[in-house]
Design a protein around this ligand. Structure first.
Ligand SMILES: [Zn+2]
Length: 235
């Protein structure tokens, strides 16, 4: 199993929305990752990135996407030698646009979304638009290659049907791609105020901490600081 990291442009965000205790009024630029998992000549895409916005965002918007046509996942993957038809599955961590907007660029690729995510109108509308596609809605763990080197695992909290990927590298390391179940590395330590009473969120964070304590590498969803190092490690 090999992991390849990409970012479909970036998002300009208020720092205090991502990191507890950060002062208000500070902007940070965060990556919008999508991941290619390669194993025995097969490819799986985890999340599909964002599209070029079709509207202007106000300067004080909480999140402002910054995407050029070349930043789209499908364009970056083609440059990398991967055509949409070569992809076995697309796994969406959850329905939010920075993770799911690129899906229509990959027609015919089966898409894995947890059943609970269909409780959101946006997810149901996307499935309706993409009704020719095969949809898979696991309720528990889903083994992507049949040999447990890449499993979708339920990580509810950020959304009801959020899922993450648990990977085993060729050198036998465990790597967790959390997506937005943990926005940044600091989220593994900090309590976002709006999540204080959110038990599924904390169970998920607790699971990530346990993996980390057991030696796994935890790759969080939008961490600007660790991103550069991760790209050096995996690309
Ligand atoms: Zn996100």
């Amino acid at each position: 199993m090999k992991l390849h990291l990409f970012s479909s442009g970036s998002i300009l965000a208020w720092k205090h929305l991502l990191v507890r205790g950060a002062p208000e009024g500070i902007r940070i630029t965060v990556p919008v990752p999508f991941y290619l998992i390669e194993h025995n000549g097969e490819f799986v895409l985890f999340d599909t990135g964002q599209q070029v916005p079709d509207k202007e965002f106000p300067a004080d918007a909480p999140f402002i996407p910054q995407v050029s046509p070349e930043d789209r996942a499908v364009v970056q993957l083609k440059k990398y030698g991967i055509e949409p038809g070569m992809i076995k599955y697309i796994v969406l961590s959850h329905h939010h646009s920075d993770h799911s907007q690129g899906l229509p660029d990959f027609p015919g690729v089966p898409c894995i979304v947890r059943k609970e995510e269909l409780k959101y109108p946006y997810m149901r509308a996307l499935k309706e638009q993409e009704s020719d596609r095969e949809w898979i809605h696991p309720e528990e763990l889903f083994d992507l290659f049949g040999d447990d080197v890449a499993d979708c695992i339920p990580t509810p909290g950020h959304t009801l049907g959020h899922q993450s990927l648990r990977l085993v590298t060729d050198d036998c390391r465990i790597v967790l791609l959390t997506a937005d179940a943990a926005y940044t590395d600091a989220a593994l330590e900090q309590f976002p105020p709006e999540k204080e009473k959110d038990l599924p969120y904390w169970r998920t964070i607790g699971m990530f901490r346990k993996f980390r304590n057991d030696g796994a590498q935890i790759i969080t969803g939008h961490d600007p600081d660790s991103w550069k190092e991760l790209q050096k490690q995996y690309n």
